[in-house]
Design a protein. Structure first.
Length: 269
């Protein structure tokens, strides 16, 4: 029969573990943490011991006490963000006392890779704007919010004729940058087709969207001058009963009308 491991070696084993470990006492406070956990959180042993959900606010670690599957740790000293995968076990001693144990592994590289893949899947490579898949993902919750709270939501579509441009892709990039510079942080821009963009404007009614569309055309004209591509646009406000498909169909119908009108027109769909 194997001899029991000396407690000194057990302590050294926990200290050397490549996995962060934390023991929480019966009141949910940190009772012990190994060296790896100190490195992962950038906190000393003394800072960790006794830490509870209230004190954790000082270190942006409040989520540690909600037992998440993934923990985001932001280092205030260098603004670096680290992501930790989390697992939890309830441990019971021979005397009947119970503690909660948390085990934390650094999954930052995996999370960053997932974000890069997501960007490739959901954005246009040239302009960095959303693609159609990204538009669907981000527009759906906004429409759900409109249904629930009856908030205003409008879309603008710009279609450009870049056929005379020597480098149509570069022109679309410049157009995207010009449009984006005039948008609010909550607004979305999508490269809907090779030569068109759709803007998603939360908390914006049709009148305000029409004004913005004309303002953006003037802004682009001042930037491009005589090299401004021919442009037509359509504007639509979400209406009760509209889902994404119906709203985009309204935009398409409005664009058909806009193409028949003069350059730089804005058509309400």
């Amino acid at each position: 029969m194997a001899e029991p491991i000396d407690t000194i070696w057990m302590t050294e084993l926990f200290k050397a573990s490549p996995v962060g470990m934390v023991l929480f006492d019966g009141e949910g406070r940190v009772a012990w943490a190994n060296d790896k956990m100190q490195a992962l959180t950038n906190l000393s042993f003394n800072q960790l011991i006794g830490l509870d959900s209230e004190k954790a606010n000082n270190f942006q670690l409040k989520a540690l006490f909600s037992r998440p599957e993934k923990l985001e740790v932001k280092y205030r000293t260098n603004q670096v963000t680290r992501y930790l995968g989390c697992e939890y076990k309830t441990l019971k001693s021979p005397t009947g006392s119970v503690v909660e144990a948390g085990f934390y592994t650094d999954i930052t590289n995996v999370c960053m890779l997932q974000k890069r893949v997501e960007r490739l899947v959901l954005t246009d490579e040239m302009t960095g704007a959303l693609n159609q898949r990204g538009l669907t993902r981000d527009l759906e919750p906004l429409i759900s919010r409109c249904r629930r709270y009856e908030n205003a939501l409008s879309l603008i579509q710009f279609e450009f004729d870049c056929s005379s441009s020597e480098d149509a892709e570069h022109t679309m990039l410049q157009l995207c940058r010009g449009i984006r510079s005039e948008l609010r942080w909550a607004d979305l821009i999508c490269r809907y087709t090779n030569n068109s963009f759709i803007l998603v404007l939360p908390e914006t009614d049709l009148t305000s969207a029409e004004k913005l569309a004309r303002k953006l055309i003037e802004h682009l004209q001042s930037f491009f001058g005589s090299e401004m591509p021919a442009c037509c646009s359509t504007v639509a406000e979400w209406e009760r009963g509209n889902d994404i498909k119906m709203l985009l169909e309204r935009m398409e119908n409005g664009m058909v009308v806009a193409r028949e009108k003069n350059n730089d027109c804005v058509v309400a769909a």
